[in-house]
Design a protein around this ligand. Structure first.
Ligand code: ARG
Length: 458
């Protein structure tokens, strides 16, 4: 049955009814909605709009629906398939359970403030769950960083070998990104955490419900201050989707790095069987499908963030039905982000560093050229001149097919008289790493300190 009987004499078109219905997806809000319903009923009681006995009957009915909804398969029953949305479903179930008193619950309320409060409550809980999953992914990074605390890896810029770093330093870069992601979600939660209920359809409510009391009951930090804004605001969903898009971008970058590092050409990382797939045709293959899917799934979350902005941009105040389209984008963003984080953590727990190969790669191809330039600076040469001298030495070494540490002191001295035999120590891998000892650098001292700081944040 429709909620809007009186004004209508004709039937809803069957296809339009299906098009209009959202129960098949917005049922996911049912527990949040039921919580808000119970508080609304009590607020009506406190305002003298409902009798205490009516509040009690309604509360019992809502509890019964809550218990039923938790039964597996209950909401999938064929008899509920025609429900328009989760809000009308709750009302019709309530009336079935407790009789016409159930019709009083919607007093002073609209589905417009109802859906707003349910979505905020729902997302607030989901943010807490997501924080747990992000933290576990961070933990997986730390576990790996501790396992390989002193192992070097070539660092890249432009995907050209640049300078040696520690593998743990590489991993901690992603820890930092995920830490910012957690902060963004916490920030988003703060703005989300206000009660829109009591805004009515758009103008407010004629009944003296104590909105601040309702907010406190539902754990909101305050109440919305403008009813028009409250029923049409989806900023908190867009903020969340944007934050989620950023996190997916970070996971995608990590995936890309690990995919590259696991190729035969790089060979720094070995992927475990648990997170790899084979080829239906080529028997030798081991493919990084887990990582490719994480990279690929970032696209759909970016799409949701973009869709939500587009959805909202042309809407006149206040509520418009377009806003029902926010749900599937929101739910899929939550699920995709959460699954991608989980798989990322699993991947991190199923990879091995090929220590020898990573070390050999870290010291070859003139990754210590900058250290050699810095050596000349310490001997008194201006940096720009030192840069030029070392550039010429690198050209010489490339022509000779030798690494810098394979040159002789005499050869080096032909380029600058400042070289003496301490130069070889200055360009060793150990010194190159240990030298980067300012805060945030890749020295083992700094990296160990950051691992400890990171652990404290979890
Ligand atoms: N299912 C609707 C939504 O998600 C609930 C609000 C409907 N309100 C209305 N006046 N049609 O947006």
């Amino acid at each position: 049955m429709n909620l809007w009987g009186g004004r209508f004499t004709g039937e809803t078109d069957k296809h339009f009814a299906v098009f209009n219905a959202s129960f098949r997806f917005d049922r996911r809000l049912i527990f949040a909605d039921l919580r808000a319903c119970a508080v609304h009923a009590q607020a009506l009681g406190r305002a003298g709009v409902l009798l205490d006995s009516e509040v009690a009957t309604i509360t019992d009915g809502l509890q019964q629906i809550t218990a039923n909804a938790a039964e597996p398969g209950y909401l999938d029953r064929a008899e509920f398939a025609g429900a328009e949305d989760v809000h009308s479903f709750i009302e019709s179930r309530l009336v079935e359970l407790i009789g016409p008193t159930g019709y009083k619950l919607h007093t002073g309320r609209s589905r417009n403030d109802q859906v707003a409060v349910a979505t905020r409550l729902f997302l607030r809980d989901e943010l807490e769950r997501l924080d747990v999953v992000i933290r576990d992914t961070q933990l997986a990074l730390i576990e790996l960083a501790e396992r390989y605390a002193d192992d070097p890896l070539p660092g890249y810029t432009h995907l050209q070998k640049a300078q040696p770093i520690l593998f743990a330093h590489f991993l901690l870069a992603y820890f930092q990104m995920l830490q910012r992601d957690r902060e963004r979600l916490a920030d988003c939660r703060q703005r989300m955490n206000v009660l829109p209920l009591g805004s009515g359809a758009l103008a407010g409510t004629n009944f003296p419900v104590d909105r601040e009391w309702m907010a406190a009951q539902l754990g909101f930090a305050g109440v919305t201050r403008n009813s028009l804004d409250a029923v049409s605001d989806r900023d908190y969903i867009i903020e969340f989707a944007s934050a989620a898009a950023l996190t997916m971008m970070h996971l995608s970058r990590l995936a890309e790095d690990l995919i590259i590092y696991s190729t035969q050409e790089f060979g720094f990382i070995k992927l475990g069987d648990a997170i790899s797939t084979g080829s239906s045709l080529m028997p030798q293959k081991k493919n990084p499908d887990s990582l490719e899917l994480i990279r690929g799934k970032s696209a759909r979350v970016f799409g949701h963030a973009s869709a939500l902005l587009t959805l909202a941009k042309g809407l006149p105040l206040a509520y418009n039905k377009d806003l029902q389209e926010d749900k599937e984008a929101l739910f899929d963003t939550i699920d995709t982000l959460s699954d991608s984080l989980r798989v990322t953590a699993t991947v991190l727990r199923n990879i091995e560093l090929n220590r020898n190969r990573a070390r050999a790669a870290a010291i070859s191809d003139y990754t210590n050229a900058t250290d050699l330039a810095d050596y000349l600076v310490r001997k008194g040469l201006e940096f720009r001149k030192a840069h030029e001298v070392i550039g010429r030495i690198v050209v010489f070494a490339i022509e000779q097919g030798r690494q810098l540490h394979e040159l002789t002191l005499v050869e080096c001295q032909q380029f600058s008289s400042l070289f003496s035999d301490d130069l070889f120590e200055a360009i060793s891998l150990e010194q190159s790493l240990a030298g980067k000892n300012a805060i945030g650098g890749t020295s083992s001292e700094q990296v160990r300190a950051e691992i400890n700081k990171a652990k404290a944040l979890l």
